[in-house]
Design a binder for this molecule. Structure first.
Ligand code: FAD
Ligand code: MLT
Ligand code: ZN
Length: 468
């Protein structure tokens, strides 16, 4: 560590902004999945943009590497420092002001450390809607959501985090501030810097605030659970419902039978939504700003699907409690996997038309390569994002886990690449998929990314070892 680093950081952020104690630093040094653990030199928690800028000026001058961290719910190890003990963790948790809400312009300006759930609540308080929704919304931050370009359950209707941001404020690696908090839907004044920082996972700068787009608040929702014999049938159902319901279709989430079994076994108070067994399940939701006709629309669409044998059983929710129970099952999958084993996670995106064929090929390839393999396949079918995971036993040794991961990654990701898909859909690349990204990106694309990184972060201090 640079000799005067701590003293200078202390002068910048004061006592409240420094975490030095080993025990207090520990939660910042391990990720949510407990897959990655590192060691920080210090955790710095600036209170505002000015303090963040001062911290970065110091780190720039002293060539100190910085790992930005929001809610630490990321799934790719992007917010965990390495084991060197040389990296500073910069936590945004104290930057939690909602700076303004403008219902006329349908925008809200929030600082990076505001929890996603608080942004949703602030939008609702002015009769508007912020549609980004993830299982971790009670603990992830909007800065982290933008830095990972998070997806979640409503992307098919509202897009991912990128599509929900209009402007950003960013502290650059040398401590300068880019004041890009524009609340405009049209702004063609040159290269799109905003989109460069969104999804950059803390490797180009620190997002300190954002202008977010608000939407009209839906007043009605209709939810159903369906069981189907094949993934092909669910893909066809999705297309039919999109055609019939248009923008009202907001969620179409899929769980394989094995995924559902895992949840029912590991999540307290969860009950099977359907009495009969099915190879695939979907949780479907419509929402509208008009109160009338939504349930009939859903029932009509699903009735037709039953007649066509696209689905074999349907439960349309009749109460708020039942809807909540359906969503609790879907959102229990992350916990269930943690409790049941060690997951080799694949966060992949495919053209929806290629998705069923991919699942058939990947299932066959994995079963051949590893007889008895436990495939946990679920995800956001409505936008083509599958979490096509493999669950290994809890007692799998780290070396065996690493060998299996490399082997399974190559099989799954090769098939994804052949199908024109992406090996990183919504969780970010972080350290988990960094080498996979290098393997699949073309030379030209990788070279362009390296040049951007080099020009913005010439000292390579922003989240080294992640993404690129
Ligand atoms: P962190 O984990 O703290 O950081 C993530 C990355 O962003 C790191 O690389 C970090 O360096 C960088 N970063 C954080 N803040 C900033 C900032 N202000 N400026 C620059 N870089 C920054 N994700 C989905 O997309 N869809 C889901 O459906 C989903 N469901 C989840 C369910 C559960 C139960 C859990 C635990 C996680 C889930 N996630 C999901 C993953 C995770 O919640 C998201 O990736 C989220 O966006 C991370 O936000 P965070 O504040 O926790 O970021
Ligand atoms: C989900 O869709 O539930 C999340 O992305 C979390 C996970 O993959 O565990
Ligand atoms: Zn997901």
């Amino acid at each position: 560590m640079h000799p005067r680093l701590l003293e200078r950081l202390h002068a910048a952020v004061g006592d409240a902004g420094l975490v030095l104690d080993d025990e207090a630093r520990a939660p910042y040094e391990t990720d949510w999945l407990r897959k990655f653990t590192g060691r920080s030199s210090v955790v710095v928690r600036p209170a505002d943009t000015a303090q963040t800028a001062e911290v970065m000026r110091i780190c720039h001058e002293t060539h100190t590497p910085v790992v930005t961290q929001g809610g630490n719910t990321g799934m790719s190890g992007g917010a965990t420092p390495d084991g060197s003990g040389a990296q500073v963790v910069l936590s945004t948790v104290r930057m939690k002001a909602i700076r303004s809400v403008d219902p006329l312009n349908n925008t809200l300006t929030a600082e990076a450390g505001v929890l996603l759930a608080h942004i949703q609540a602030a939008a609702q308080a002015v009769d508007r809607f912020f549609p980004l929704s993830l299982g971790s919304e009670g603990s992830c931050t909007i800065g982290g959501n933008l830095a990972t370009n998070a997806g979640g359950i409503a992307v098919l209707r509202y897009g991912n985090a990128r599509e929900l941001a209009l402007g950003l404020e960013v502290v650059l690696p040398d401590g300068r501030v880019w004041h890009g908090l524009r609340a405009l839907r049209k702004d063609n004044t040159g290269y799109d810097l905003r989109d460069l920082f969104i999804g950059s996972e803390g490797t180009l700068g620190i997002i300190t605030a954002a202008v977010l787009k608000l939407h009209a608040r839906p007043v009605a929702r209709a939810t159903a659970w369906v069981g189907a014999a094949s993934i092909d049938a669910l893909v066809r159902l999705l297309a039919q419902l999109r055609a019939a319901c248009g923008e009202r279709l907001v969620a179409f989430e899929m769980l394989s039978a094995e995924s559902l079994e895992l949840i029912l076994a590991h999540v307290a108070d969860s009950r099977a939504p359907l009495a009969s067994a099915h190879a695939f399940h979907a949780l479907i939701e419509l929402a509208d700003t008009q109160a009338q006709g939504l349930a009939e629309l859903l029932e009509g669409g699903l009735g037709e699907a039953l007649e066509q044998s696209l689905v074999d059983d349907v439960a349309v929710s009749v109460s708020g409690a039942q809807t909540q129970a359906f969503w609790k099952i879907r959102e229990g999958i992350s916990q269930a996997q943690m409790r049941a084993g060690k997951a080799v996670k694949h966060d992949i995106a495919l053209p929806i038309s290629a998705l069923a064929a991919f699942v058939h090929r990947a299932d066959a390839a994995l079963r051949e390569a590893m007889p008895g393999v436990r495939i946990i396949d679920f995800g956001h079918l409505g936008d083509g994002n599958l979490h096509y995971n493999v669950l290994m036993p809890l007692d799998t040794a780290p070396e065996a886990m690493a060998t299996a991961t490399a082997r399974l990654n190559r099989i799954v990701h090769d098939l994804v690449a052949e199908a024109g898909g992406s090996i990183s859909a919504e969780h970010g690349v972080g350290q988990l998929r960094r080498d996979e990204l290098r393997h699949y990106k073309s030379e030209v694309e990788f070279d362009l990314m390296m040049r951007i990184k080099q020009s913005l972060d010439p000292n390579q201090i922003m989240n080294p070892g992640k993404l690129i």
